[in-house]
Design a protein around this ligand. Sequence first.
Ligand code: DSN
Length: 414
Amino acid sequence: MSLESFDKAIFDLTNKELQRQCDYLEMIASENFTYPDVMEVMGSILTNKYAEGYPGKRYYGGCEFVDEIEQIAIDRCKELFGCEFANVQPNSGSQANQGVYGAFLKPGDRILGMDLSHGGHLTHGAKVSSSGKYYESFFYGVELDGRMNYEKIAQIAEITKPKMIVCGASAYTREIDFAKFREIADSVGAFLFADVAHVAGLVVAGEHTNPFPHCHVVSSTTHKTLRGPRGGIIMTNDEEYAKKINSSIFPGIQGGPLMHVIAGKAVGFKHNLSDEWKVYAKQVKANAKKLGEVLVSRGYDLVSGGTENHLVLLSLLNNDFSGKEASNALENAGITTNKNTVPGETRSPFVTSGVRIGSPALTARGMKEAEFGFIANKIADVLDDINNTELQAKVKKEVKELAHQFIIYDRAMY
Ligand code: DSN
């Protein structure tokens, strides 16, 4: 029986979501459109298989084919990042990070990560996350110019003496200097952990500095700039660390691995290893740059003044409307973004003075600088007259027309 006849409610809602993804301009910096072949394998019979353990060392029979699949995913992941060991089982980026902490820390140990309100991530020690509950977390941030000050981070490390330093961000527009972080970590005898979820797709294309060989352990998600299935990975060059990571993930915090997703990771990695990937990653950066340039030319402030990666962070500290109002107005105009705090924030985290805008998803649809210039002007038009709902409706029609020129999925693919 088809999904349509068995469960019309879920069938219809999934189609509505497909329509939304096709009609709107997806500019949430952490989202992307994965490949139909990745979705094909994720929707396959591989979901039926239990394979607790690792390739060649499973607790169940019948694992000969999933062993090969996981090994291919591991080998491709290592090739991509240029590292020696990879665990492709984490179900998400958060679980990957939880697995890293479990492998190297004891409850109460000190970690030093980037402040969530400065562009860090919940799992980098935020008090509401288990990373801030089980470990004693301290934070560094960015300066008012939106950039990390490595000397200041070194001073904070010197004072707080963390066992682990976490680098990596969710809303940072400049390259992260992993070598400098390693110097800081070495100066206080700390372990260096990089979470490159946001920039991984750029890293593997050589469009962002590689965290290896500087970091002891690296985690990432596979669905953001990497454009693969939703999930996590952990990598290292040290065999002893790899063993600790493996047991921290299974049996530490996970049971049976999601073999259909691991197969999706393998397929995604094959895309990431292709020559086309380098073209895509370069375009992601060029598009974000264009977006930023046009917004600045229209009088808008960007945190750090521009971007070196896949996102821009619009600062509304000097505007009389908030990040929340701006992202709502843009949503009404068919442009999906998210509100974000900015350095020097004066509004609450539920309101904010910033909007994070990313280029990965629309680049996956084939859009280039010309389209990003057009979109940036539309964003500025909407924000210039933020309460004009008629204008929002007009822009919504225009961006839908643009979106439909860049087909990403059709019903037959899915
Ligand atoms: N939720 C992701 C982001 O938007 O950056 C991070 O996990």
